[in-house]
Design a protein around this ligand. Structure first.
Ligand SMILES: [Zn+2]
Length: 55
């Protein structure tokens, strides 16, 4: 059952403390060559940090 075909799960990593989390991201562009960056609240840093896609 593919409800959200554009939604993929990626592992993202806090750029400050390095904690890993998994987050569903909707990829609209097919040619997503650049790494995903998300501004997200990090519970370990206790603030918003930049999470980057882990490859
Ligand atoms: Zn962090």
């Amino acid at each position: 059952m593919a409800k959200n075909e554009n939604r993929v799960y990626v592992d993202i990593k806090c750029s400050e403390c390095g904690v890993l989390t998994r987050r569903p991201i909707s990829k609209n562009k097919k040619n997503t060559t650049e790494k995903i960056e998300i501004n997200k609240y990090c519970p370990r840093c206790n603030k918003h940090t930049v999470f980057k896609e882990k490859k």
